[in-house]
Design a protein around this ligand. Structure first.
Ligand code: LLP
Length: 441
């Protein structure tokens, strides 16, 4: 049934000729984001969770074309900052489809969002601390709020992205009911929220189930018409967060989305009348829709290993350096010519263990160590797969490197979605300061 819409697109599924053509036309490093695949991922989520509110965690990829694609597919937007709210508005999400999750929100973010809510009161603010509620009230905000709870249980591909259980996020579970009731006195309290973490794999479903069950309990407690001394709240939803994992290893199994959906529905049941389930996946929507293309510029055999130097690095894709994350890499070949002598077509080359390293002056700047690739030669193109989520989003200008370009594929047509930064872009925020004492003011 999933024939036309497989649960995962592997780096081996991309059209090598197409990617090589894009790299030739636009240079490297180059991100390629396939909007058709984004659309398919949205469709699969909506099919697995037909009765839930599905919100895209835009932090995974905030490109305008991606946001518009997700909007058209019918998902809402979950935003983590004023900047993300601003982008979502620009992409055409109106307040009723906007959820701002305020984590220790800077004053200027709250000012901005309170301003947006004045014009569009359907927007929802998710708060994880009483201070945030107070700060909203100080700004005259009396609109929709959702209370984020620390469910005391978490999951994720790495401890740095395991949010559930981390004290930073949400109010403690045993205070959640009280805080939500207090919020309802001052605001329109519409939901409760928890997020386990990012990159939940098939073997972490138990933690997910546990979190969902606790959130179901909380919703029932808050809406209970027979509760002593407390009026029932008119909640609209229970948001159990995102975090659905995607396989990065080429042979790792894909998450069975329908099984996750069934487990989620079962664990949250019975939902009180009028209360919906909500989810907010980011990675799942965009991860396998993107690749990063890098050109081999150096091949250096050493006694211990062969280092393959490429023009992309941790400034373009931070995940391997930051989380030791695995990204699949495929050699698309076509390197070396004339002076370097001919190299056999990539399909005829032997698999050789190589370390693929970037141009940044940090030892951690490597995409893999001693991994078997079809033997790379200078000029080859490498495709780093599953780079569509938290790829460009986490790019930086460290080492004064302009950020890469990104091409969007839409119905097969390639368009530059983000132009490559120039050296001039690196200094646009700098101002000259007087450097001789006499000239200082
Ligand atoms: N909702 C909330 C409140 C979140 O904080 C996040 C992610 C999501 C939803 C979406 O999680 P997802 O479905 O994308 O796993 N940079 C890291 C991931 C950080 C995720 C932070 N929060 C990485 O590259 O793995």
């Amino acid at each position: 049934a999933d024939g036309d819409n497989p649960p995962v697109r592997r780096v081996s599924d991309w059209d090598a000729g197409r990617l090589s053509g894009l790299a030739d036309a636009h240079g490297t490093p180059l991100y390629v984001q396939d909007l058709d695949r984004v659309r398919e991922n949205c469709e699969r989520l909506l099919a697995a969770f037909p009765d839930a509110d599905v919100r895209y965690a835009v932090k995974a990829h905030t490109g305008q074309a991606v946001l518009e694609t997700v909007r058209d597919a019918g998902l809402d937007a979950e935003c983590a900052s004023a900047g993300e709210v601003d982008r979502a508005l620009a992409a055409g999400f109106d307040g009723s489809r906007l959820h701002y999750t305020a984590v220790n929100p800077p004053a200027r973010d709250l000012d901005y969002v309170a301003g947006v809510a004045e014009a569009d009161p359907d927007l929802t603010v998710t708060v994880g601390a009483v201070d945030t509620l107070d700060r909203l009230a100080e700004r005259g905000y009396d609109g929709r709020v959702c209370v984020r709870v620390n469910p005391g249980v978490g999951a994720g591909h790495h401890e740095k992205v395991t949010t559930g259980g981390a004290a930073k996020f949400g109010v403690p579970y045993d205070r959640a009911a009280e805080v939500t009731r207090d919020a309802a006195e001052r605001f329109d309290a519409v939901g409760v929220h928890a997020h386990a973490g990012s990159g939940i794999d098939p073997d972490q479903l138990d933690s997910h189930r546990e979190l969902v069950a606790r959130m179901g309990d909380l919703a029932r407690e808050l809406t209970d018409p027979d509760a002593e001394g407390a009026a029932p709240l008119d909640l609209e939803y229970v948001d159990v967060g995102g975090g659905f994992g995607v396989p990065y290893e080429e042979d790792a199994p894909a998450l069975d989305l329908r099984a996750v959906a069934d487990a989620t529905r079962e664990a949250v049941a019975p939902l009180p009348e009028g209360v919906d389930l909500a989810i907010e996946p980011g990675r799942y929507v965009v991860a396998d829709a993107g690749v990063l293309l890098a050109r081999v510029n150096t091949v250096k055999p050493t006694p211990d290993e062969t280092v393959v130097g490429v023009d992309a690095g941790m400034t373009d894709l931070l995940r391997p350096a930051m989380y030791d994350a695995y990204h699949p890499i495929r050699n698309l070949g076509s390197g070396r010519g004339r002076e370097g002598g001919d190299a056999p077509p990539v399909g005829e080359r032997e698999a050789t263990p190589v370390t693929v390293a970037g141009p940044i002056c940090e030892t951690g700047d490597a995409f893999c160590e001693n991994r078997a690739l079809a033997e790379p030669v200078r000029g080859d193109l490498l495709a780093v797969g599953v780079a569509g989520a938290y790829g460009y989003e986490m790019a930086s200008q460290y080492n004064s490197r302009p950020r890469p370009a990104e091409v969007a594929l839409d119905d097969g047509t390639a368009t530059i979605a983000r132009r490559r930064e120039t050296l001039g872009d690196l200094t646009t925020v700098e101002r000259e300061i007087p450097r001789d004492r006499a000239g200082r003011s």
